[in-house]
Design a protein around this ligand. Sequence first.
Ligand SMILES: *[C@@H]1O[C@H](CO)[C@@H](O)[C@H](O)[C@H]1NC(C)=O
Ligand SMILES: *[C@@H]1O[C@H](CO)[C@@H](O)[C@H](O)[C@H]1NC(C)=O
Ligand SMILES: *[C@@H]1O[C@H](CO)[C@@H](O)[C@H](O)[C@H]1NC(C)=O
Ligand SMILES: *[C@@H]1O[C@H](CO)[C@@H](O)[C@H](O)[C@H]1NC(C)=O
Ligand SMILES: *[C@@H]1O[C@H](CO)[C@@H](O)[C@H](O)[C@H]1NC(C)=O
Ligand SMILES: *[C@@H]1O[C@H](CO)[C@@H](O)[C@H](O)[C@H]1NC(C)=O
Length: 578
Amino acid sequence: MGHSLLGSTMSFVSVLMPLVLSMVHVSGVAEDPLLPFSEYLDQDSTIRLSWGFDTQKDSILFEVRARTTGWVGFGFSPNGGMDGADLVIGGVDTKGLYFTDRHGVGNSLPPLDKQQDYRLLALTEADGQTVMKFERSIRACDKYDLPITVMPIKLIYAYGQSDDISYHRRQRGTKEVNLLKYMPQARISDSKYFDLTVTNFTIPSKSTHYHCKIMRLPALDQKYHIYRVEPLLENRDLVHHMLLYRCPPTVTTPYEHACYETEEATECYQAVAGWGVGGGAFELPEVAGIPVGGDGGKILYRLELHYNNQNQSPGIVDNSGFRLYYTAQLREYDAAVLQAGLAVAPGYAIPPNASAFLSYGLCDTHNIPQVLSEPTRDMQVFSVILHTHLTGRKVRVGHFRDGEQIDFLITNEHYNFEYQQAINLGKTKTVQMGDKLLVECTYNTSSRSGLTWVGLSTINEMCLAFLYYYPAMNLSNCISFPDQKALVISLLCRDWIKMMSTKTWNEMSINDYQQTLKMIQQNTVVGNVTDHASYSTGIIPELKATSSVSCKRNRSEVTRLAVSSRLLLLLTAAYTLT
Ligand SMILES: *[C@@H]1O[C@H](CO)[C@@H](O)[C@H](O)[C@H]1NC(C)=O
Ligand SMILES: *[C@@H]1O[C@H](CO)[C@@H](O)[C@H](O)[C@H]1NC(C)=O
Ligand SMILES: *[C@@H]1O[C@H](CO)[C@@H](O)[C@H](O)[C@H]1NC(C)=O
Ligand SMILES: *[C@@H]1O[C@H](CO)[C@@H](O)[C@H](O)[C@H]1NC(C)=O
Ligand SMILES: *[C@@H]1O[C@H](CO)[C@@H](O)[C@H](O)[C@H]1NC(C)=O
Ligand SMILES: *[C@@H]1O[C@H](CO)[C@@H](O)[C@H](O)[C@H]1NC(C)=O
């Protein structure tokens, strides 16, 4: 890769388009990376739920902490009552632990489920507190279980002062929470906000316009943490995405004009916040905040708005932008955003007539230390925005360590361009320096007649993942691009240049071309916030299939319970008979 290609790769990439951040997330005294979210279920803070999940493994982990030494019940209810509820009851009594999967029937003692679908991981009672940690499948595994979905669900809880679960005097209540799309609302006593918006900007009467406004923040005498980002939208039907970038200290003058038409607008590379169509407000986890201020007002920011004015309506005035909430109560870590995936550079074509064309972008974190002056630390990734344009149908991000795929960071098998928002990872995932992240995008170009190029416009394509992580590093992107020389040689060998022009793309030629793009050498790039990059090469590793998993049963226990209830029945029968 010559320097000029690198340069253009960098500026295109940082330009990063329709990206869309919106953010979402989390909270909790996130000490345990597997339990990043938490909420008190009651007003008096006597019962606290923490949770985390893994949608690929169809697994959700709960920890319930209750201030009692008696029994504790927790579960899900269609309407907040006991009827139709799916719950567990557990505790520690003189004989040891008890923990059972039950279902609500009227107001009587909830009977045991025949099939036990919760797996107990730990149950302790100490200092007047009972702590139950258990997991279950996200879906429902029998007719008495309720599925957990991306919609809010009514959580129910109850606890007693003793271990007699039939004893009627107890504390109980209900709270509605969206477990899989949780968004914290921190109570911040010194909360303030400022707005960064365009002012009376007349949206050009063209279908795609990127507007850039480089501006100062209000004077902030010290360092603060932004903990919540809200979109301010004046023309909801026209604003497609908004991004906020931090500029390097070399950018000193505010100005405003169309992005990507001059070199200047591409100077600010470090994405700090974003919003995309379909998204809402975003709140950071309690351990992290986006740092602002304390620089004597020297650091400028670039607000980028992507207008999608399909009807090319003239004269529409806009004042959209962001409202940023900040606090002086600094959180433990600075948060940052890293762009990973396929470089937005000229020369990458997706053929037409493909119903599931695969593209790949590789982030090789091995190169990160080379562009940083400070020592690196593992990245704790908590939220991700996946980004493609109109033909994107699926996006998966694989996580590799020592040549092995250890996880999917995130997958979206039903990607929808109109709903781009930050997705909580369900647990905080650690990316160690040296790990590789592979962004895979699946495109459907069945309805297109010509090539679709990777590029900025909405009709071009992209394959990116924006990773929210802490602690912040001075990084902007970690991307790759197929080696152009290797690609041209492969294409020449197969006489494909002719095909490109005649556009006769059928299943066989599409597969062949897709394989070529994947097998050839990739140039990998890691860029820092002052636009210095480190280059290397790599190959695209194999991603595992996203497999379906079976329900999490506590098999051994099912048998024990079955046996014991049969025994009990026999005993009862014997007793009744005598
Ligand atoms: C924006 O336009 C409104 C309505 O025309 C006007 O009242 C306001 O003063 C304008 N703001 C600026 C900063 O020009
Ligand atoms: C691709 O899109 C076409 C029409 O645009 C649709 O008929 C087809 O089902 C899609 N294929 C897949 C695999 O999504
Ligand atoms: C970016 O990388 C260059 C070259 O390695 C280095 O001189 C510069 O200090 C780096 N910038 C930051 C902010 O780390
Ligand atoms: C980023 O770079 C700036 C300027 O070189 C430096 O002051 C700061 O400590 C760096 N931050 C991190 C997290 O490395
Ligand atoms: C699209 O692919 C199908 C199946 O391989 C092939 O029969 C058809 O000719 C292709 N259409 C075009 C326009 O290339
Ligand atoms: C699951 O199995 C463990 C260990 O065998 C046991 O302690 C626990 O009570 C069981 N839980 C359920 C819900 O069956």
